[in-house]
Write a protein that binds this ligand. Structure first.
Ligand SMILES: [Zn+2]
Length: 125
């Protein structure tokens, strides 16, 4: 689904086309379970590590919960393959990012600029 989105970079907002597509529930739950199960396994394995397990086990268990709730709400995929940074013109390192409805956070590793891709602007379509 190509649509017009607002891109905010350093407080400046422009309208741009972006390839944003909703992902299927199957893919969303697969991503959610992959990440949260990996942290849950790391939590269980870290029980075996003396002394450090006091921090690692609850830390990984908490990370599993955080990742579960974060990823279960990421229903949209943004294809960054053809996108370039609005500040330096370089391509993005990440080829695709996932986010919930309405707000993608982009980060350019070349010029260390954060940008936000905001919900489609109905006046520009
Ligand atoms: Zn840049």
């Amino acid at each position: 689904m190509t649509s017009f989105w607002k891109i905010e970079t350093n407080g400046r907002v422009e309208v741009s086309r972006a390839e944003v597509e909703p992902i299927s529930d199957t893919m969303r739950w697969r991503r959610t379970l992959q990440a949260s199960v990996a942290f849950a396994i790391a939590s269980l394995v870290s029980i075996l590590i003396p002394i450090a397990h006091f921090l690692l086990t609850p830390g990984f268990a908490l990370a599993a919960l955080v990742v579960f709730f974060k990823r279960s709400r990421e229903g949209y995929r943004l294809d960054l393959a053809a996108e370039t940074c609005r500040v330096c013109g370089q391509g993005f390192v990440e080829r695709q990012i996932f986010a919930g409805q309405g707000r993608f956070k982009l980060f350019c590793y070349s010029c260390r600029t954060e940008a936000y891709l905001l919900s489609p602007d109905p006046t520009s379509v």
